[in-house]
Design a protein around this ligand. Structure first.
Ligand SMILES: Nc1ncnc2c1ncn2[C@@H]1O[C@H](COP(=O)(O)OP(=O)(O)OP(=O)(O)O)[C@@H](O)[C@H]1O
Length: 309
């Protein structure tokens, strides 16, 4: 669907995209995950030929895209970061207007507009002007305007920024539904939880570079952070900590402030093994906490900083 090779984009002295490569296959929900300023919006603008770039190539549906490639652009739905709707039109009129840019036939359009309204849950607000809508509803209207014509490819640039949890869930579920109905999705975000929740493939971006690509499981396997187990234990001696370090799959164990923290490589038995050892040694323990690595761990290990730094 999209093939980007060696893309370079500068804004004056700022190198926004640095030889970026990316390939999106049909049917994917492709996440571009990166902190603010990593180049996500710039990639989107290059895919849409809204920006001139300095080097490289961008192919959409197998063709080099140009500003006048309307036959390609009409198969793409875009939901930009900044809400772009007409203040003087109602909710219904806005969706109808944007859908009308692609679908001139009235009857067909009416059906599509109604589907988009139901899909974004805006039925109660059809006569409202945008300024009367809450932030979350406004975002949903923005989405309805971008997807009503049922495009083959949908690009959403941070659609959940400043959105309440209820609207956020509705938006995320909606994106999965659009994908199930056949649209390929490109989704940019700096929220790793969202990207983990919905994306089938993820590229991690930083400073205009694509640092790693894969499914969330593949990305997590790339780093050694592994499973993290935290156990409250009041007593533990150095010999016992040393023994824990030699347990299978354990690569670090630290006891600090009456809290044992163990990092292990992936294995379903890590927690059981560790608790068995503590029981066998009659070491009392309180709260037990275990978590798998997150995409933030991946980002941290690759870049040396957290996603939200
Ligand atoms: N029109 C512009 N003029 C100058 N610099 C720009 C312009 N647009 C973006 N940049 C810079 O290019 C880099 C990439 O910005 P971009 O907006 O693509 O990142 P982003 O990952 O989408 O971040 P955000 O989520 O904050 O929009 C940043 O350093 C940004 O300051």
């Amino acid at each position: 669907m999209i093939l980007i090779e060696n893309l370079v984009k500068r804004y004056g002295k700022i190198l926004a995209l640095d030889h970026l490569n990316l390939e999106v296959q049909e049917g994917e929900i492709y996440g571009l995950l990166g902190p603010n300023g990593s180049g996500k919006t710039t990639v989107i603008n290059c895919i849409l030929a809204l920006l001139k770039f300095d080097k490289g190539s961008v192919k959409v549906f197998g063709e080099e895209i140009r500003p006048e490639s309307y036959h390609l652009k009409k198969q793409i739905g875009v939901v930009m970061q900044n809400v772009a709707v007409f203040e003087e039109l109602s909710v219904y009129e806005n969706i109808d207007y944007f859908c009308g840019l692609y679908i001139p036939e009235k009857l067909k359009r009416k059906k599509l507009v109604e589907e988009a309204i139901a899909f974004t849950g805006l039925e109660e607000y059809l006569k409202f002007r945008p300024q009367k809508l809450s932030g979350g509803l406004l975002r949903r209207l923005n989405i309805a305007c971008g997807i009503a014509h049922k495009p083959r490819l949908i690009i959403l640039d941070e659609p959940t920024v400043a959105v309440d949890p209820q609207s956020r869930n509705k938006i995320l579920e909606g994106i999965k539904e659009l994908n199930r109905k056949g649209s390929t999705i490109i989704y940019t975000s700096h929220y790793m939880e969202e990207v983990e929740q919905i994306c089938t493939k993820i590229s991690i971006l930083d400073r205009g570079k694509c640092l790693a690509t894969g499914t969330k499981e593949e990305l997590k396997r790339m780093v050694k952070t592994g499973q993290r187990i935290v156990i409250d234990t009041v007593v533990l001696n150095e010999k016992q900590i040393e023994k824990i370090r030699t347990l299978p799959h354990v690569f670090s164990a630290v006891w600090k402030d009456q809290c044992l923290m163990v990092h292990c490589t992936e294995d379903g038995e890590n927690l059981i093994r560790l608790l068995s050892y503590l029981s066998q040694e009659k070491i009392p323990f309180g709260r037990v906490f275990s978590e798998q690595p997150t995409l933030n761990d991946v980002f941290l290990e690759i870049t040396g900083k957290a996603l939200r730094d």
